[in-house]
Design a binder for this molecule. Structure first.
Ligand code: LLP
Length: 435
């Protein structure tokens, strides 16, 4: 099997890989490598297929900023009517700045600070998803100080295994997320009794990159039962936030189809009379983006050739963090009949973990050649760092024949400028300079 990209917006035209109508080699010439490239048409297609699948349901789609929080990407979704799921004061600020209406913003997260709660209440967001009893008290107290009422949902930990990578599984009893399902009735009653709080319903998110509907079916059924139980004792729950998590194709996985997901939503919670909130992240942006990199060297070591590229784990952390698979594709279309070989593909960072592929069957790569890493639109740029003092890779958004640098590459001077040397450090250079 050879690697492929699973998005129609990235395809070979005249032997060159294009993002929509723009050849990636021309972008590489102007922006430099490595860089992220996103397709606007891909974002639109993903969002529309999701909302089409949910047609007829009382749904608000709150794009999960954590997957890709570039202002241009958030704005693109906001222009289509999307709300936002945010997990920090920083993301809240980004959503507002990109034009997401406050009444379509959900604030999730296990550790909201008083400052973040204040910021959310002042902005008048749709709801905060509360993850512990202690957080209820804090929100009630902050809302009281501000003279405001906080709309809240309780995030339920439904104790369901999403059967995904252990580091992105969030709905099992032992995970740090949400309030145990057996305590929801009691905690909800407490929320109704506390001043300055308006409980509006329940929320859940069991994990990311789910490839089957079964864990959803189980969790949604449990949520429906919880809503019924609250109502049976006279409490009001009018909103159900079902989180995100729909998986995409990185290699050869069968993706979870939006239609199949929506069918389970209809079957389990469609008749509750609740407004539904969805928080998709990866499935909106993952396959609408690639990371473009240049081959620096090819060397022989041990059994296989090692291809060294100029992108590294600081740019795309997923392979190092989760052993994640990202397709690797040459920008110049390989000629028919070219023999593939097993190679390792690595970045230049001084760690063995800085490895993108081990024993991957790839066409021959030459130094200077451009390659792309597929499915890098989600959890790519947002998780990047300046490790090894490698400035963050820029981000480019393409729309038809137009392109825009939507985040510029900082210079090393920009990085150094943010730091300072206290005057009690006597570096030789400075001592000499002072002499
Ligand atoms: N809502 C909540 C409360 C979440 O925690 C998440 C993701 C989402 C929505 C969006 O889930 P999605 O639709 O993107 O699966 N860095 C990891 C993924 C971490 C996901 C964290 N939570 C990765 O690269 O695979």
């Amino acid at each position: 099997m050879t690697d492929q990209l699973s998005s129609p917006e990235f395809r070979y035209v005249g032997g060159k890989l294009h993002a929509e109508e723009i050849p990636l080699d021309s972008l590489a010439d102007s922006v430099g490598t490595p860089f992220f490239c996103y397709s606007h048409a891909g974002l639109i297609r993903n969002y529309k297929s999701f909302t089409d699948a949910l047609a007829g349901l009382p749904a608000t789609v709150c794009y999960a900023l954590k997957a890709n929080s570039n202002q241009a990407v958030i704005s693109a979704f906001a222009a289509l009517g999307a709300g936002a799921d945010v997990v920090s004061g920083g993301e809240l600020r980004r959503a507002l700045e990109a034009g997401v209406p406050p009444d379509k913003i959900v604030f999730s997260g296990v550790g909201k600070t008083r400052e973040e709660i204040t910021q959310a209440l002042r902005a008048g967001i749709m709801q905060m998803n509360v993850e512990s009893e202690a957080e209820l008290d804090i929100i009630s107290s902050v809302a009281g100080e501000l003279g405001l009422t906080a709309r809240i949902s309780l995030r339920v930990n439904p104790d369901v295994d999403a059967r995904t990578h252990r580091k992105i599984s969030t709905g099992r009893r032992q995970d740090k997320f949400g309030i145990g399902i057996d305590r929801i009735g009691m905690v909800y009653a407490r929320a109704e009794a506390l001043p300055h709080l308006e409980p509006v319903g329940l929320a859940m998110h069991i994990g990311s990159q789910l490839l089957t509907v079964e864990p959803y079916r189980t969790a949604f059924q449990k949520m429906a039962a919880q809503v019924a139980a609250l109502r049976a004792v006279g409490m009001t729950a009018t909103r159900l936030d079902l989180g995100g998590g729909v998986g995409i194709t990185y290699k050869d996985e069968t993706p979870l189809l939006f239609q199949d997901y929506a069918a389970v939503v209809r079957e389990t919670v469609g008749d509750l009379g609740c407004d539904l909130v969805f928080e998709p992240g990866r499935s909106m942006v993952g396959n609408a983006g690639v990371l473009v990199s240049r081959v620096l060297y090819v060397k022989q070591a041990g059994a296989r050739p090692i291809v060294i590229v100029d992108a590294a784990m600081n740019d795309l952390a997923r392979p190092a963090m989760y052993d994640a698979y990202h397709a690797i594709i040459p920008v110049s279309e390989p000629q028919n009949g070219l023999s593939h070989a097993l190679v390792d593909v690595v970045g230049p960072i001084c760690e063995s973990g800085d490895t993108f592929a081990v024993s991957r069957n790839l066409p021959p790569f030459k130094p200077g050649e451009l390659v792309v890493f597929g499915s890098a639109g989600a959890y790519g740029a947002v998780m990047s760092s300046a490790y090894n003092s490698r400035p963050l890779a820029p981000e480019v958004l393409v729309s038809g024949a137009r392109s825009a640098v939507v985040r510029a590459r900082p210079s090393i001077e920009d990085l150094i400028r943010q730091e300072s040397i206290p005057d009690w450090i006597q570096a030789p250079e400075r001592v000499r300079g002072a002499a």
